[in-house]
Ligand binder design. Structure first.
Ligand SMILES: CC(=O)SCCNC(=O)CCNC(=O)[C@H](O)C(C)(C)COP(=O)(O)OP(=O)(O)OC[C@H]1O[C@@H](n2cnc3c(N)ncnc32)[C@H](O)[C@@H]1OP(=O)(O)O
Length: 426
C-alpha cells in the first residue's frame, strides 16, 4: 500500500489536492471496484453473464485500486497467462486488464502510479512479459508497451468470391453442435495450435467460457451462437463459431454471418469450414473482427478486394525483464548483437545487453561491449513476437544502427514466419 499526493498539472481541470492510496483489492470490494471500471467505459452495464465470468476470472491478489477516502477512483489488474513466443516456448506473461481512472480524478497521474505499482509486482513474480489490449493506442507507449501483433478485420462479400479448395475438402464432415457441448472438442484443437503461433495464450482454467459466452441480451438482433465441428475419420480437427443476423434488402435476403472464431489443424479442414461459412443460406456478407494478418482465406479467394480487409493493432507487449524475455525465444537466423536499451519507466532494464541466438536457443546477458543498436524497450516490445520489423522501426527513426550490418542481422533474426496473433481480448 502507498500514498499519492497530487494536484493537477497544467491543463488539469480540478483544483483540490488529494491524498489517494493504492492497495490490493479485497474480494468483498469487487462489485464497487468493477462498477468504477464500468463507469469509466461509459457506464453501460455488462450482461450478468459477462460480469459473472469476469468476476470468476478476476485474480483478486493481482487486482488493485486507488482509493480516495472510501471511494474507489482507479482500477487495474492482471491475469496470469502463458504466451507462445517464437520457437514455441510458453513464457509467463501478465495480462494487464481492467484499467480505469474515474473521470473526477483523471490526468493527475493515477494511471502512471498504477502502472508503476503493477510492473514492480510483475517483476517480483518473475514474469518477463506484460501484455495488454488497449482501449486507445495512445495510452501505453509511455509505459514501454509496443504494438506486437496486428489483426485483420474482414467484411467478405460472400456472393462475389469463389474459393480455390484443396483436394480432400469434400471428405470433411461438418456437424452443428450446441457450443457448450462442443467446448471440450474445440479446446483440444485450440491447445494443439497455441505453440505454433506467437501471441497465442495457453488457455487457463475458466477462459474456455469466453468464446462461448452468448448472453441473449447482447445479441442485438443476431441469432444464437452456433458451433460447427469439422471431423475427419471421426476426429474433430477444426471448428467455427458464429451467429447469423437475418436481414432483408430490396433484392431479397441479405443476412450476415458474424464469425467469432475458426480454427483448423490442416488446410483441408480449414477449407471445408470457410466454404461452409461463405455459403450459409440467406446471407451475403461474412464479418470477422479478428483474424491473423496471414489468414489463409485471403489466399483462397478469387477476389481479395471483396474481403474488405482492414488492419488494426492487436496485442501490446512490454518486456519487463529484458534479459529473460529475449533469452526466452528463439531467432529465425543467427544473431549476435549488443543492444543499448533505454527504459526510463523500468530502469532495471536500462543499458547494454548482448543477445546471441539462433533457431535453437538464445542467451541475453549484461555487457560493457560497444553497442550495435540503440532502441527503447517499446521498440523491443514491438519487435519481440516477430511482427514489427526492426528495420521498419529504424526507417521511422525509432531504432539507431551503430554498427553497419547489425540492423539487417537483428531484423531478420527477430522475424517470425507465422504472423503473431492474439485470437481474443481479455
Ligand atoms: C488494458 C486496459 O484495460 S485498456 C483500458 C484503459 N481505460 C480506459 O480507456 C477507460 C477510460 N479512461 C480512463 O479511465 C483514463 O483516462 C485512463 C486510465 C486512460 C488515464 O488515466 P489518468 O489517471 O488520467 O492518466 P495519467 O494522469 O496517469 O496520465 C499519464 C499521461 O498519459 C496521458 N494520457 C492518459 N490517458 C490518455 C488518453 N486517453 N489519451 C491521451 N493521453 C493520455 C496523460 O495526458 C499523461 O501525459 P503527461 O505525462 O504527458 O502529462
Amino acid at each position: 500500500m502507498f500514498e499519492i499526493q497530487s494536484r493537477p498539472r497544467a491543463g488539469g481541470c480540478y483544483a483540490w489536492r488529494m491524498t489517494t492510496q493504492v492497495r490490493t483489492l479485497r474480494a468483498a470490494e469487487w462489485d464497487g471496484w468493477y462498477a468504477t471500471l464500468e463507469r469509466a467505459f461509459g457506464g453501460a452495464a455488462e450482461s450478468p453473464e459477462e460480469r459473472g465470468l469476469y468476476r470468476d476470472l478476476t485474480e483478486v491478489d493481482r487486482s488493485f485500486g486507488v482509493w480516495d477516502g472510501s471511494e474507489v477512483v482507479g482500477t487495474a489488474g492482471a491475469f496470469t497467462f502463458w504466451m507462445a513466443v517464437p520457437g514455441g516456448a510458453l513464457l509467463p506473461a501478465a495480462g494487464v486488464t481492467m484499467v480505469s481512472v474515474q473521470s473526477t480524478h483523471r490526468r493527475r497521474g493515477l494511471l502512471t502510479e498504477m502502472m508503476r505499482h503493477q510492473l514492480t509486482d510483475v517483476r517480483r513474480r518473475a514474469e518477463p512479459l506484460a501484455v495488454l489490449t488497449a482501449s486507445e493506442p495512445v495510452i501505453y507507449g509511455r509505459f514501454g508497451y509496443g504494438v506486437a501483433t496486428r489483426q485483420a478485420q474482414l467484411r467478405v462479400e460472400t456472393k462475389r468470391v469463389a474459393l480455390t479448395l484443396p483436394d480432400g475438402t469434400d471428405d470433411v464432415r461438418l456437424r452443428i453442435v450446441p457450443p457448450a457441448e462442443a467446448v471440450a472438442a474445440c479446446e483440444r484443437v485450440y491447445a494443439r495450435l497455441v505453440a505454433g503461433r506467437p501471441g497465442m495464450l495457453a488457455r487457463q482454467p475458466g477462459w474456455e467460457r469466453l468464446p462461448v459466452l452468448d448472453p441473449p441480451g447482447d445479441r442485438a438482433g443476431t441469432g444464437e451462437l452456433l458451433c460447427v465441428l469439422a471431423e475427419v475419420a471421426g476426429e474433430v480437427r477444426g471448428y467455427a463459431r458464429y451467429a447469423v443476423k437475418a436481414e432483408w434488402g430490396d433484392g431479397g435476403p441479405d443476412g450476415t454471418v458474424q464469425l467469432r472464431d475458426i480454427e483448423a489443424l490442416d488446410p483441408v479442414v480449414r477449407a471445408a469450414l470457410w466454404r461452409y461459412l461463405l455459403s450459409v443460406d440467406l446471407t451475403s456478407t461474412l464479418v470477422s473482427h479478428n483474424r491473423p494478418v496471414d489468414e489463409p482465406l485471403l489466399h483462397m479467394v478469387s477476389d481479395v478486394r471483396r474481403c474488405g480487409v482492414r488492419l488494426r493493432e492487436g496485442l501490446f507487449l512490454r518486456p519487463v525483464e529484458v534479459g529473460a524475455a529475449l533469452a526466452g525465444r528463439t531467432y529465425a537466423a543467427p544473431v549476435d548483437v549488443v543492444l543499448d536499451v533505454r527504459d526510463a519507466f523500468c530502469p532495471w532494464n536500462e543499458g547494454r545487453w548482448r543477445l546471441s541466438g539462433d533457431a535453437k536457443g538464445a542467451s541475453c546477458e549484461r555487457t560493457t561491449d560497444r553497442p550495435d543498436l540503440a532502441l527503447s524497450v517499446r521498440e523491443l516490445g514491438a519487435a519481440y513476437l516477430g511482427d514489427t520489423r526492426l528495420s521498419a522501426l529504424a526507417a521511422a527513426g525509432r531504432v539507431r544502427e551503430l554498427r553497419p550490418g547489425a540492423l539487417a542481422e537483428a531484423s531478420e533474426a527477430f522475424g517470425s514466419d507465422v504472423a503473431p496473433w492474439l485470437p481474443h481480448g481479455f
